[in-house]
Write a protein that binds this ligand. Structure first.
Ligand code: PXP
Length: 248
């Protein structure tokens, strides 16, 4: 991988969503992860939710065993998840806010309000060798707090930018994009590695992929949906192509 290349993390949660709609064993998220890797993913992301609505503990076991690319393990900052992460020691742990009633991760983590607790929470994960990433809004206060607690990585929430795009609210979309641009540069200037993700599609990926400070995009729901129409391999390949094109 060249210095300029942007990493693509493919989130396979929604392969498990389809499987769980019926129970049973297929479609298998581990098989999807292997295919995504072959199609150009640099890593795989999976979110083990408290309610196990998609990814299960057995999926994490399977991914840890089978993957030849890094696993980015998304989780809420709970004691249960910390234990699981410490048992597996994945390449990266991404701490996300989690509410039982939400359909997806709606906002970024409130790091500033929980600084002390989170600093203690991530310390053993870092000591175990996991890269700790914090999923936050493009907000200076949250970035500074993530830096102070000792996170190495922040992932900026692109959901609002993508929602405004989908709703045709161009001015709001562009304002969000500008905030993402500014905050990527700011976080990078503090020495944080910058990732971004949530809601990205072929239409929205390129402006974010063009930010030079962004090192990784994590993309799931759209790709798994697109896989229904064109297959997972071409779906991932097209995202990879768009990212590389945006990066020049
Ligand atoms: N990054 C984080 C931290 C997430 O929580 C999610 C959703 O699980 C994603 C990226 C991927 O979002 P999407 O599935 O909308 O592409």
């Amino acid at each position: 991988m060249t210095q300029n290349q942007l990493r693509l993390g493919v989130n396979i949660d929604h392969v498990a969503t389809v499987r769980n709609a019926r129970g049973g064993a297929y479609p298998d998220p581990v098989r999807a992860a292997k295919l995504a890797k072959e199609a150009g993913a640099d890593g795989i992301t999976a979110h083990l939710r408290e309610d196990r609505r998609h990814i299960t503990d057995a999926d994490i076991d399977g991914l840890m065993e089978a993957l030849s690319v890094p696993l980015n393990f998304e989780m809420a900052a709970t004691e249960e998840m910390q234990k699981i992460a410490l048992r597996h020691k994945p390449h990266a742990v991404c701490i996300v806010p989690e509410k039982r009633e939400e359909r997806t991760t709606e906002g970024g983590l409130e790091v500033a309000r929980e600084e002390n607790r989170l600093a203690h929470y991530i310390a053993p994960l870092r000591a175990a060798g996991c890269r700790v990433s914090i999923f936050i809004a493009a907000d200076r206060k949250q970035i500074e707090a993530a830096h102070r607690i000792g996170a190495e990585v922040i992932e900026l929430h692109t959901g609002a930018y993508c929602d405004f795009h989908a709703e045709g609210k161009v001015a709001e979309r562009d304002r969000e994009l500008e905030a993402l641009r500014e905050m990527s540069a700011y976080a990078h200037s503090l020495g944080l590695e910058v990732h971004a993700g949530h809601g990205l599609t072929y239409e929205t990926v390129q402006p974010v992929a063009a930010f030079p400070e962004v090192k990784e995009l994590n993309i799931g729901h759209f790709l798994i949906g697109e896989a229904i129409f064109r297959g997972l391999t071409p779906a991932v390949q097209e995202m990879r192509r768009l990212m590389d094109e945006a990066r020049g």
